[in-house]
Design a protein around this ligand. Structure first.
Ligand SMILES: Cc1ncc(COP(=O)(O)O)c(C=O)c1O
Length: 430
């Protein structure tokens, strides 16, 4: 094997970036279940989540928002992790949902999320989706275009009812994050520019079925610094004071997590505290739409080494998980840490390699020049921080069934989604 220098950090300590995962006697555990046991029982690749990690993170945010009492509400961004068992867990903790499609509305209702805790965001809601959400009796539509205000009025009229809306304002703020997840700049497709916003206010006043009660904003995702949030909130407050009858401010999601230490992102408590400080003396109900920060660090993707290949200038480790299972590295150049399931396997050799998946795309690359301990045919790893935008973005590309999902609660685990079979791949075509 070529001897190469690593150019990325080592990921020795899962507890620095993950919630609910740790080494015990050299074996990687999720809570009190060994990941090797899950891999043995269910095969790989497999997503594994820590139930108590999710509970802890959600409670930490809730606790930090307590000074706002019932004026603050969490509306979990379903797109981050849409398994109905995870949604149902969050429901029991008191969260509502931020949805962006009719499919997410369906999932939210299966998870028994109370409709009056569901907000509907998204730039392209269809008439049918709007109609279903009206029938369900959701809390709020976050409106992103003038024509959407008109469409909402027409559909509400058909149902002989009124709809509560918030106007999603585009504050033209850089979230200092990856361009694919930056949503608050004036040329982005999201939200209403200042001119559109005021036109939508005038339009809402004239349309009989529209009740403009809120203003919303979401400037992007994986934001590790609180300053862009504060800049957006300042603008929300200015607008709220100029528009009549505003009762609700939806401040979106976007708090980042540490995918690799030592990137220090603001903690959930810092974020909650900043919200409280900013809005405490204001009269509004504050809705927050976190996704990644609640579930990202509570999940891993467990994957086995299939082959080790040698090139003149690099080694290549081929895993059985690919970009269809975890898209973030290919889509955003994201770095997910890699943790061997056995940290002290006898005879393990650390080899610097590019860690790739089996998909027929050069973009199917998880890590470059990563020191990887290899100890034989059962070398299995956990790709870290895969609890958000992991399974929810997974596809069947290359005709690969999506992996199962497992939820661990202390020393028990249950399969909350089974592995897709070959029949699942073709079912809609037969
Ligand atoms: C409107 C909206 N709200 C909330 C979120 C959740 O963001 P995050 O997972 O970064 O908290 C997103 C994510 O893109 C979003 O588009």
């Amino acid at each position: 094997m070529p001897k190469l220098k690593p150019d990325v950090k080592r990921f020795d300590d899962p507890s620095k970036t993950l919630d609910g995962f740790s080494y015990r006697r050299g074996e990687l555990y999720c809570e009190s279940v060994s990941l090797s046991e899950i891999a043995r029982e269910l095969g790989t690749p497999v997503y594994v989540y820590s139930q108590n990690g999710i509970i802890n993170r959600t409670r930490r945010l809730q606790k930090s928002l307590e000074p706002l009492e019932d004026r603050a509400g969490i509306r979990f961004a379903v797109k981050a992790s849409s398994n109905i068992h995870i949604l149902s867990l969050l429901t029991k903790l008191g969260c509502g949902a931020d949805i962006v499609s009719g499919g997410e509305l369906f999932r939210a209702s299966l998870a028994q999320i109370p409709p009056d805790k569901i907000v509907f965001s998204g730039v392209g809601k269809t008439e049918e989706e709007i109609s279903r959400a009206i029938v369900a009796g959701i809390e709020l539509f976050n409106v992103e275009s003038l024509s959407e205000v008109e469409l909402l009025n027409v559909v509400a009229q058909k149902h002989n009812t009124n709809v509560d809306i918030a106007l999603r304002f585009n504050p033209n703020i850089s979230a200092q994050t990856h361009r694919h997840i930056s949503t608050g700049l004036k040329n982005s497709k999201f939200g209403l520019t200042s001119d559109e916003f005021w036109a939508a206010v005038t339009m809402s006043e004239k349309l009989p079925r529209i009740k403009l009660i809120g203003i919303s904003c979401h400037i992007g995702s994986q934001i590790t610094d609180l300053r862009p949030f504060r800049r957006a909130w300042e603008q929300l407050l200015i607008l709220a004071k100029k528009v009549k009858h505003i009762t609700t401010l939806d401040i979106g999601g976007g708090l980042g997590i540490d995918y690799q230490c030592p990137i220090e992102s603001a903690a959930l408590e810092d974020y909650g505290k900043a919200i409280v400080t900013f809005f405490k003396s204001e009269p509004y109900k504050i809705l927050v739409e976190p996704g990644r920060s609640l579930v990202g660090p509570t999940g891993v993707l467990v994957s086995k080494l299939l082959h080790l290949k040698k090139r003149t200038n690099r080694n290549i480790a081929v895993l059985d998980a690919g970009m269809n299972d975890l898209l973030r590295p290919a889509l955003y150049g994201a770095t997910h840490g890699i943790f061997p399931l056995r940290s002290r396997a006898p005879g393990a050799k650390s080899i610097v390699c590019d860690v790739v998946g089996p998909i027929c795309e050069s973009a199917d690359l998880f890590l470059k020049s990563q020191p990887l301990p290899i100890w034989g045919s059962d070398s299995i790893y956990a790709l870290g921080c895969a609890g958000a935008y992991g399974m929810s973005m997974a596809s069947q590309y290359n005709s690969r069934g999506r992996p199962p999902e497992v939820l661990v609660d202390r020393d028990q685990y249950r399969v909350i989604r089974r592995r897709e079979t070959n029949l699942d791949l073709v079912n809609h075509e037969l």
